[in-house]
Design a binder for this molecule. Structure first.
Ligand SMILES: Cc1cc2nc3c(=O)[nH]c(=O)nc-3n(C[C@H](O)[C@H](O)[C@H](O)COP(=O)(O)O)c2cc1C
Length: 510
């Protein structure tokens, strides 16, 4: 299928929109007999336990989150300790909770339904304390499983059409998605969750990397098949979604095609899996076959200028002294807020969240002086110093423009899939993108980019909220109703993500 026939990805997006009616007519009953395992566990392969005591960073967490939006320069060779910190604080287990049938293992980043369909692999050259190879990260036992021995980075350089950060990277983390782990609950809409959860994980990843002064750019354009073969993925079920080169060496390695025979390694599989062809079709439609497609997808994306409006402007409050907790400490405490107190947060806190989360995303599809893909729309319910109402955020001016004044708690509850969380929150941030210019530049691959850029930004809102002891929760939404609510300003845009922010209700009220 062609990456450049953008009707294909539009069909997927339109068919997976939620509406009040679709949610009520499409009720889905979970089949507990086919509940997926939240980990990929190899039956064999050499296991390398990751070190337990690894040094943390010293930068204040909020500063690290903001720094994640800026390029990190200089040569840095990561060692196993730093890689361990990076992997653990992105996709590792941070909490366990008992429930009737067993234990849930919660992870460092918020992931839809706690189903954890994103896996991380490491493709490295020789590092000071790790031999060159291809490894799978196992959060369940905090280990690397060696899949191949030797330096396979030239394959990634070739697949990414010589992407600069990959060519200079001592190691590359490869992100994959196993569809069934999420489609078990969310069916066809799970393909959006691939990038939502990939994005929250990348928000942690890039923030932790920034705290350790480690370059960690996101690369979304690459030829898919060679990377999938490198990891020996069964692409009907698991696919590569993103590459993240880590560190920087002076010398660039040249790209080349590399022979990657199938691995003789089996993994634990669920008893039964249901295939959702629309997911595979959406992924296949955004697949790049040739490096020419990769090169063609790169270049500035000309986002439309925002409509001329003249609502009252509320500049963000200046930054105050930062809480000194490190990003690792913030991530360790993070968890989605299940109940908000309907009490105000400060405009200073909302300002700090917006400032830290919107410094940009280090990614191959964004240019240093180019536009970001997503726009932030807010419903403010209880923020001291900011009148309740609907707003759009102007990044360049660091200011919120009021689109309409009023108490929109009920409307927000409805827009967030008729749930209490967005109604009770102090503010809700909706991330919307005009897909037209993105798909025009990148083809269907732009859909992956747009989803993940919004999710990384939202993931950084999660972290900046927790850094200030403000609660947060990702949410799903009724697509067209959100666009209509913020129109005419938001006319033509698609909703990518929703996050609620606010004061957590005391536990005994949950
Ligand atoms: C993109 C996204 C959407 C979510 N949507 C909802 C939602 O609609 N309702 C809800 O109660 N929780 C929602 N959550 C919260 C997840 O259920 C939660 O992240 C997951 O259970 C893991 O828990 P933790 O975030 O506390 O680690 C969402 C999370 C994300 C990242």
């Amino acid at each position: 299928m062609s990456n450049w026939d953008t009707s294909l990805i539009r069909t997927y997006h339109d068919q997976t929109k939620h509406s009040f009616e679709s949610v009520r007519t499409g009720a889905h009953v979970l089949d507990w007999m086919s509940q997926p395992l939240p980990f990929k566990i190899y039956d064999g392969g050499e296991r390398i336990p990751l070190p337990e005591d690894v040094p943390g960073s010293s930068m204040p967490g909020l500063q690290a989150i903001a720094a994640a939006g800026h390029p990190v320069t200089g040569e840095v060779m990561p060692g196993l300790a730093t890689l361990t910190t990076l992997l653990h604080h992105s996709a590792g287990i941070t909490r366990k909770r008992d429930y009737g049938g067993g234990e849930i293992y919660f992870r460092a980043a918020a992931c839809t339904g706690a189903l954890y369909h994103i896996d991380l692999y490491l493709v490295s050259g020789d590092l000071p304390d790790l031999q060159a190879g291809v490894y799978h990260y196992g959060p369940h036992d905090s280990s690397l499983t060696m899949l191949r021995s030797g330096d396979y980075r030239p394959l990634l350089v070739e697949a990414s059409a010589g992407e600069e950060a990959i060519a200079h990277a001592p190691a590359v983390v490869v992100f994959t998605c196993t569809y069934w782990r999420n489609s078990w609950k969310y069916q066809t809409r799970a393909y959006r969750h691939t990038y939502w959860d990939g994005g929250t994980i990348l928000a942690n990843f890039q923030s932790v990397a920034a705290a350790h002064q480690l370059p960690a750019r996101l690369v979304m354009s690459f030829t898919d098949a060679p990377v999938n073969r490198l990891l020996d993925l069964d692409t009907e079920k698991e696919v590569t979604i993103a590459l993240a080169p880590v560190g920087r060496a002076q010398a660039a390695i040249p790209g080349s095609t590399v022979h990657t025979p199938p691995l003789e390694l089996s993994t634990q599989r669920p008893r039964r899996e249901v295939d959702y062809p629309a997911i595979r079709a959406a992924h296949s439609a955004s697949t790049m076959e040739f490096t020419g497609d990769v090169s063609r997808s790169r270049g500035p994306i000309a986002m439309d200028a925002p409509p001329q409006t003249s609502g009252p402007m509320f500049p963000l409050l200046p930054a105050e002294q930062l809480p000194d907790e490190t990003i690792e400490g913030v991530i360790q405490r993070r968890g989605s807020t299940r109940k908000f107190a309907r009490e105000p947060i400060g405009f200073n806190q909302l300002s700090a969240i917006l400032r830290a989360a919107t410094t940009g995303v280090q990614a191959d599809f964004l240019h240093p002086h180019g536009a970001n893909l997503c726009d932030l729309y807010l419903n403010v319910h209880a923020v001291d110093g900011l009148p309740p109402g609907a707003y759009v955020y102007h990044r360049e001016q660091h200011a919120l423009e009021q689109l309409k004044e009023g108490d929109f708690r009920n409307e927000s509850g409805y827009l967030g899939l008729s749930q209490d969380i967005p109604a009770d929150a102090s503010a809700d941030i909706f991330f919307l993108t005009n897909l037209d210019p993105v798909l025009e530049r990148m083809g269907n691959r732009g859909y992956r980019a747009a989803q993940i850029e919004a999710s990384i930004t939202a993931g950084r809102c999660y972290l900046s909220a927790y850094a200030q002891r403000v609660g947060a929760s990702g949410l799903t939404f009724y697509d067209d109703d959100v666009t209509n609510f913020f129109s005419p300003h938001a006319a033509g845009k698609s909703v990518m993500f929703l996050i609620a922010l606010g004061k957590r209700a005391p536990r005994n009220r949950q």
